[in-house]
Design a protein around this ligand. Structure first.
Ligand SMILES: [Zn+2]
Ligand SMILES: [Zn+2]
Length: 177
C-alpha cells in the first residue's frame, strides 16, 4: 500500500505491530477505529507525538482519506486554543495533526473520539462558549473582586438545598437594600 498523508501527501508508514500509521513528513497520525483500542496505545502515541509550539497551518484544512474514501469531515475539539480533527465517514479512520493526540489525552477525549463529530458535542462547545462570554462580560461589568466573590460562593455551594436557600436569601436581601 502506498498510503499518503491527508495533509501534506507525505508517505504513511505503519507503526510496528499496529494498525496506526504516521506521516514521515509532518509526523501526524492516521488512526483506524481499531487503533484506539490497542493495548498501551495512549502512552505509545504520547511518546511519539510531537507537540508544536505554535498552531499548525495544516490544522486549518482537511484532506482525503488515505484509504481512498474521499474528503474527511472536520470536528472542532475545543473552544480554547481551538484545534480540529478529521474523520472518514466511511471507514471511521481519524487523522491527527502533531500534538493533537497529546491534547486529546490530556482532555480525556480518547475513550470516545467519534463523539466529537456528534451534535451533542457541538452543543456542549456552544454552551461552554456562551458561559465563557457571560463570565467575561460580568467580570468586566462587576469588577474582579465582586465577580470573584460570587464565583467562590458558587463553588462552595454543592448541596442543592443549600443553593436554594442562599439564592432565596440573596434575592430578598438584595431587593431590600
Ligand atoms: Zn503529513
Ligand atoms: Zn476512509
Amino acid at each position: 500500500m502506498n498510503q499518503r498523508c491527508p495533509k501534506c501527501a507525505g508517505a504513511l508508514s505503519a507503526l510496528e505491530g499496529s494498525v496506526i500509521s504516521s506521516c514521515a513528513q509532518c509526523k501526524g497520525f492516521w488512526v483506524p477505529p481499531l487503533g484506539f483500542g490497542e493495548p498501551g496505545v495512549v502512552q505509545r502515541l504520547m511518546e511519539l507525538d510531537l507537540r508544536p509550539e505554535h498552531p499548525l497551518e495544516q490544522d486549518h484544512r482537511t484532506g482525503v482519506c488515505p484509504e481512498g474514501h474521499g474528503v474527511l469531515r472536520r470536528a472542532r475539539a475545543s473552544n480554547e486554543d481551538p484545534y480540529f480533527l478529521e474523520r472518514c465517514a466511511r471507514c471511521g479512520g481519524v487523522w491527527l495533526d502533531p500534538g493533537e493526540w497529546s491534547r486529546l489525552a490530556a482532555a480525556n477525549l480518547l475513550n470516545d473520539v467519534t463523539s466529537l463529530w456528534s451534535p451533542a458535542w457541538r452543543e456542549h462547545l456552544s454552551e461552554e462558549h456562551n458561559r465563557a462570554s457571560l463570565q467575561s462580560d460580568l467580570r468586566s461589568k462587576l469588577g474582579h473582586e465582586i465577580f470573584g466573590l460570587m464565583e467562590s460562593l458558587v463553588a462552595k455551594l454543592s448541596d442543592p438545598a443549600q443553593r436554594a436557600l442562599v439564592l432565596a436569601y440573596l434575592q430578598q436581601r438584595l431587593r431590600d437594600r
